[in-house]
Write a protein that binds this ligand. Structure first.
Ligand code: KG4
Ligand code: ZN
Length: 352
């Protein structure tokens, strides 16, 4: 263990013993958002600065890894400064640095990890490596205190998972997608309808203008909590292709509504099947697709009917942000899970 790490551990112990409020500086650069945040005692957001690169990637129809890394390098220092300024504090007040170290684009992750290591090392601060999905789950803790055991339905651009948590910081994946993630399917369907990247919000909006009258498959993956969305995506493409060959028009709003209905039915039904088999105190929704209005509505209605305590993050905390990373990092800080200077970006980092 390095001398810096020993000092950082000692500092954590002293700060905890003194009962000082814990100010965690969070850093997130796993994909196309550069973000830094300061949060207090795990649940109070003092600042959450997010710089989105979407405009730079849109003309390519998706995130270009090299472009993402370059933007992160250009922005990270200013974003950290702004997060501190907005939180009305300096690095001297910070208790620890929490940074996303995976999963994500390796070049993008490395920018955040290098920045976090530099600040932690130069200031003798504890360093915490955070899993991006743990961050998405902990965005819910800004809404309400978590009660265990709980289940989180994680739906993002890269993940679709049912995660069981028996306590803070413990993640068990009970089901996951075998092919496309939900957000990925949304983006591909949107692209086939000639919508800009990222397509999820556009499909969501369009779906509310149409009717789910086009028959599309639902992959139940019986006997498991797993998901599959590539068959659904191909079915949507087939509908468009066949109509084109026959010289017919498909109503894009009806297609969006039908696609969204299939996605939501499977996600919600499988989540509740799990809850019936493994009773939990809370159900959490997490990830970029948690912004989906249809999914939020159907989950809320079903949870209300079944008397389940459902937590959904506000829209501002659904997409990638550093406040959620700091919130998950706070748990690791409390549990003493500190990283050393060999912390690295891990593109395929497992959650459990
Ligand atoms: O969590 P996130 O910001 O990035 C990852 O960690 O992957 O999620 C981004 C994904 C994109 O695929 C985007 O299209 C999708 O979330 N998304 C939506 C909505 N808002 C964002 N998908 C469906 N409906 C939405 N309203
Ligand atoms: Zn994300």
């Amino acid at each position: 263990m390095s001398i810096w790490n020993q000092k950082a551990r000692k500092r954590r112990e002293e700060d905890l013993a003194a009962g000082k409020p814990a100010l965690i500086l969070g850093i997130e650069t796993s994909c196309d958002e550069t973000s830094a945040a300061v949060i207090e005692d795990g649940r109070l957001i003092r600042s959450n600065i997010i710089s989105s690169q979407i405009e730079s990637h849109r003309r390519f129809g998706g995130v270009v890894p090299e472009v993402a890394s370059r933007h992160h390098v250009e922005n990270i220092t200013a974003i950290i400064d702004e997060a501190l300024r907005t939180a009305d504090c300096t690095l001297q007040d910070i208790s620890a640095i929490a940074v996303t170290y995976g999963p994500g684009l390796v070049g993008a992750l490395l920018v955040g990890v290098a920045a976090a290591k530099a600040v932690a090392f130069s200031r003798g601060l504890p360093l915490i490596g955070v899993h991006h999905i743990a961050g998405h789950i902990y965005a819910n803790r800004f809404v309400k205190e978590l009660e265990f055991p709980l289940v989180a339905l994680v739906v993002s651009g890269g993940h679709t998972e049912l995660v069981y948590m028996k306590e803070h910081g413990s993640y068990e994946i009970l089901g996951q997608t075998r092919d496309d993630a939900v957000g990925e399917a949304y983006d591909k369907v949107a692209r086939s309808l000639k919508m800009p990247y990222p397509g999820g919000p556009h499909i969501d909006r369009l779906a509310h203008e149409g009717n789910p009258i086009i028959p599309l498959p639902r992959a139940w993956m019986e006997g498991t909590y797993d998901f599959s969305f590539s068959g659904l995506k191909s079915a949507v493409l087939n509908v468009l292709h066949n109509a084109e060959q026959r010289g017919e028009m498909v109503n894009p709003a009806d297609l969006a509504a039908s696609f969204q209905a299939s996605v939501i039915e499977v996600l919600v039904e499988k989540t509740f099947r799990l809850i019936h088999e493994r009773p939990v105190k809370q159900l959490l929704l997490a990830g970029g697709v948690a912004a989906n209005k249809g999914l939020r509505q159907v989950l809320t209605d079903r949870a209300g009917k079944e008397g389940i305590d459902l937590i959904i993050p506000p829209l501002s905390l659904c997409t990638d942000n550093a406040a959620m990373i700091a919130a998950a990092g706070f748990i690791e800080y409390q549990q003493g899970n500190l990283a050393d200077l060999d912390l690295n970006g891990v593109p395929g980092l497992p959650l459990s």
